[in-house]
Design a protein around this ligand. Structure first.
Ligand code: GDP
Ligand code: CA
Length: 315
């Protein structure tokens, strides 16, 4: 059974760690957000691609949720001594991944092929695809007409300000990476990870032809809420959702995705919103979605797959 997952970074990686325990990894294709990609120190960093790769390889720095466990920081420290801004603290081995990506890109190799080679090097059977090979940076619009690249807003500034809008125009102009549309067309089920709906899933859906491919595909599309009890587990999803006029709740996110999704899994703490989610036309289940352990992530993945199965059986 071919499974496609739409993924951002940390929330996605936690969930995918459970999915690969519930489906054969070789049957899973992850379509990853590249809206956060940016050059740092002259090298092409793909935060979400790398978070998913490192997490599935069991090499993620668990306390930070990004970067490699046990990595050193000699290069960024030396760059700081040389007068560089080093708010993006790339570890030494993490930098090697980005440097490798940059070298290959300069040689004319596509980002999809590079990503595939990296995941093989990390011993993964899961296929990981960037949403696009075109530059597709996400910008957030702040009060007073200021704009910032999403990583500048998040990693440099710590997401201190409310957001008045999100600029996905680069993603909208981007073509899907090789394999993306085919993977969706051939999917038996599409899972949407509990990632930031605005800046992680939003850019993927904005890439040319992706939303249409999802609308066309007959496979059930089932998501997981990144909002539990009216707040994100981590990160600025609350500011971003408010910035695009969506209520910060499981029900609000369900409404944002309604029309595209067939099913939505919400946290058991939000179980009272189930009827409202169903009223939006989505099949809904509530369960434990706070993925403190791989076992919880696996149980959640199985619940999502069971909901997909139920939707498939019905149609
Ligand atoms: P980023 O690209 O690293 O910001 O990561 P994502 O967009 O994939 O994930 C960020 C979202 O994941 C946030 O909105 C969090 O609320 C959500 N998230 C993180 N951990 C969990 C979890 O254990 N359960 C659920 N339901 N959501 C989570
Ligand atoms: Ca991200």
């Amino acid at each position: 059974m071919a499974t496609v997952a739409l993924a951002g970074g940390v929330g996605a990686a936690r969930f995918l760690r459970g999915v690969v325990r519930a489906v054969p990894p070789a049957d899973l294709t992850v379509i990853s957000n590249t809206g956060d990609d940016r050059l740092f120190y002259g090298v092409h960093v793909s935060p979400d691609l790398d978070i998913v790769t490192y997490t599935l390889a069991g090499q993620i720095d668990r306390t930070k949720g990004y970067g490699l466990a046990g990595d050193g920081f000699r290069v960024v420290d030396a760059l700081a001594d040389l007068g560089h801004e080093t708010w993006f603290r790339l570890g030494d081995r993490d930098l090697a991944t980005a440097l490798h990506r940059s070298v290959r890109l300069a040689e004319g190799v596509g980002l999809a092929e590079i990503t595939d080679q990296v995941r093989r090097t990390f011993g993964l059977e899961v296929t990981i695809l960037p949403m696009t090979e075109d530059p597709a940076p996400t910008y957030v619009e702040l009060e007073g007409g200021r704009r910032a690249h999403f990583e500048e807003y998040l990693a440099r500034d710590g997401a201190p300000d409310d957001v008045s809008g999100v600029d996905l125009s680069a993603a909208r102009a981007a073509r899907p990476a090789p394999g993306v549309i085919d993977a969706i067309a051939q999917a038996d089920q599409v899972l949407v990870c509990p990632s930031n709906p605005v800046v992680s899933i939003g850019p993927i859906l904005a890439v040319q032809g992706v939303r249409e491919a999802l609308e066309r595909c007959r496979a059930p599309i089932v998501g997981v809420s990144p909002i539990i009890g009216g707040a994100p587990v981590k990160g600025p999803a609350d500011r971003l959702l408010r910035g695009i006029g969506v209520e910060v709740s499981a029900r609000g996110v369900a409404g944002h995705y309604a029309g595209l999704f067939d099913g939505f899994v919400i946290d058991e703490r939000d179980a009272e919103q189930k009827a409202e989610v169903e009223a939006l036309g989505l099949a809904c289940r509530s369960t434990e979605t706070l993925m403190r352990t791989p076992e919880i992530a696996e149980a959640l993945a199985r619940e999502v797959l069971a909901l997909a199965e139920e939707i498939r059986a019905r149609s």
